[in-house]
Design a protein around this ligand. Sequence first.
Ligand code: ADP
Ligand code: MG
Length: 251
Amino acid sequence: MLEGRKLTVRYDGFTALDGVSVTLAQGMVTGLIGPNGAGKSTLFSVLAGSVVPSAGTVVFGGEDITSRPPVQRARLGLGRSFQLSRDLVGLTVLENLLVAQPQRRLEGVGAALFRRQAVREQEARMAELARALLLRVDLWRLADQPSAALSGGQKKLLDLCRVLMLEPRFILLDEPSAGVNPTRVGEITEFIRSLAADGISFGLVEHNLGMVAALSDRVYALAEGRVVAEGSFADVTANDDVARAYLGVGA
Ligand code: ADP
Ligand code: MG
């Protein structure tokens, strides 16, 4: 459903991705592991559209989206989170979600009056969605608090809710457990699992291998800009090349 074909990314002569091909299937959680600097975030950036590859193709739902900007990909249902959660400083928890509203164009709609009504209906619908999401992650009780006051884990949940405001069918998550107290990682794992059960597909970059094992239907291991293994979590983590990549032994 989301496919990267022979993706290459160079930064000033340094090759961050070197002909990487991945298939992230619909209805699945696809894990992506590998040591720091392997190119995982770069791969997500290429799939989400914020980095343009020097070579290769991104296909989503059968359509070549390589030259589409992130906003258009989001409209097609492809969302992403970032390694560092970006709560919007100065806004409340609820406001953080309401500013994430998609700018849906009302094409072909005639009268300005009808347009205003449609906008009001859209706003009401988004407010309802925000409330439902915050209730689901137990942040509704903090809706009017500044988001800066949230814990690391709560910020990650808020971050994920912000992505969900765009009602994506596919989400790329970059290190959802980073900065989260280890005792709270389970809550994030459970939230992702329940979203996957709702039918949302995921790509998951994660250093917490317990989380990868718990969630992933399929795993890719990246090292030095290349795919070194793919398969089940057990297969990939048993792979000698993967062990070498993590230990930084040999080449
Ligand atoms: P990972 O997420 O697996 O840790 P990244 O995709 O962030 O790896 O980075 C892969 C490599 O590309 C690293 O060596 C990193 O330093 C380099 N890199 C990433 N982004 C940039 C950039 N904007 N400019 C130059 N080099 C970059
Ligand atoms: Mg990264």
